[in-house]
Every structure is written in C-alpha cells, then in structure tokens.
Design a protein. Structure first.
Length: 243
C-alpha cells in the first residue's frame, strides 16, 4: 500500500522505519507542521490509506481532507474525541473509512479488556475507590492521555457512583480521579487502582517502546484497506480477548 503519514514526529518516523525494514508498504506522503499545504485532495488520492499521529488541532482538518479524497484514514491522535459523533456521522454520510484508537498497542488493548472486566467485578463494591495514574514523556501534548481517558470512560460506564473524571485530586465521591505526570522519555505507564481501608487492587501497563503502537497502526491500515465504515480499533482485534 501507498501510505500518507500525517505527523512526522516520533510515531511517524517509527512507522516509516518499520515499513522500510519489513519492505511491506511505501510511504508516499509525509505531512508535518512544515508542509501542511502538501496535503491536497489530489495528493491524498495518490495514497491507498493515511495514518494520522499529528496533533489535536490538526487532526480534524486531516480527517476532512481524507473524507473528501475518499482516502481511508487510521487515527492515533487523541484530544479530539469531543467531536467523535460528528466525525462518525460525516464518515457514514460520505461512505468513508476510518479506524481510530486512543492506543494501537495490542498489549494496551488487552489491558483495556482487563480494566472493563475488573470494573464489572467492582461495580457493587462501593467500599473500593477507583483511581487512575498515567506517566508520559515531557513532549506529550495532551493531558490526561487518551489511553487514560479511555480507561476512565470504561470505568464510568460501570460505576454506580462516579459521574465524570477529573485530572486533579478531588474529594468529591462522584468524580473519578486521573493523575498525570510528565517526565523524561517515559513511553507510557498506566495504572488503575481500587483502594479500600484494608487493601488495594491494581492493574498496570508499561510500554517499553513505541514499536507496539506503530505496528498496531500498520495492522489497522492493512485491515481497513478496501473497507468502508467507522471503527474503533478494539472492534477489529481478535475476539479471543475483545467482545
């Protein structure tokens, strides 16, 4: 496939490196903040698919351009989910092709499933307080991370007491706390805890490199090629761990 890359930072370069090493596909177009004018409809129509790891303030325009060009797009950028329903509606209207995820790592998606199962088990245990922490490198622009908010949303759907998440310490019992830290070159550490007066239950995931995210995005692009529709990444993974 000929792939257009939106965002040529660490993730974009990792995707290009894997493609080059495996000689599996071809990067036909690289769009960064320095050459956004190159992302014309005509240029995008030369690509079989686009992969977006850009920024929250650029991703909506990238999506719109791909829908106009009828170029399928895999979206790894987060921080735009308040527009999710509108994007889904437009994609469906024009019969476009989109796969999105807050995290394309296979390991993280297994972690998501564990989080949902644990939240189901803890839904009647009001003596335990759920709590999320996430640590990333200092260059990460969104806070909290998209992975952390995905974990929170799955807990909120199952909690009888929590109504929304907050990104600070809070005494309010209807608020699910997410605490964020930015330090060094940390690729990503997420932990979900349930704390009671007598003990603590926790699950966590730590990424050692960006390769897992990149390979997941490439897998999603290969899957989406030739298909129409609006999909979340976990929908297309093996049913062995995703319902």
């Amino acid at each position: 496939m000929k792939i257009a890359l939106f965002g040529y930072g660490k993730m974009g370069k990792m995707i290009e490196e894997i493609i080059s090493k495996e000689n599996s596909h071809q990067v036909a177009l690289k769009i960064s903040s320095h050459n956004t004018s190159d992302a014309t409809v005509q240029q995008l129509q030369q690509a079989d698919i686009a992969i977006d790891f850009s920024t929250p303030d650029a991703v909506l325009q990238n999506i719109a351009s791909c829908l106009i060009a009828n170029t399928p797009i895999v979206i790894g950028t987060t921080g735009w989910y308040q527009h999710l329903e509108k994007v889904k509606e437009e994609c469906t209207k024009v019969k476009g092709s989109i796969v999105y995820a807050s995290n394309f790592s296979i390991g993280v998606n297994i972690f998501f499933e564990l989080n949902r199962k644990l939240a189901d088990l803890m839904s009647t245990r009001t003596d335990y307080e759920p709590f999320i922490t996430e640590i990333h490198h200092t260059q990460k622009k969104d806070q909290p991370s998209g992975t952390a908010t995905s974990l929170a949303d799955d807990i909120l759907k199952r909690s009888p007491t929590k109504r929304h998440w907050v990104n600070y310490e809070s005494p309010n019992k209807d608020e699910l706390i997410i605490l964020s830290r930015r330090e060094g070159e940390v690729k990503g550490i997420h932990e979900v805890k349930y704390i009671s007066k007598v003990d603590e239950i926790s699950i966590s995931h730590e990424a050692f490199s960006r390769e897992g995210f990149a390979k997941g995005a490439i897998f999603a692009a290969e899957w989406l090629h030739g298909k129409k529709g609006f999909y979340e990444f976990r929908e297309i993974l093996s049913q062995s761990f995703v319902r």
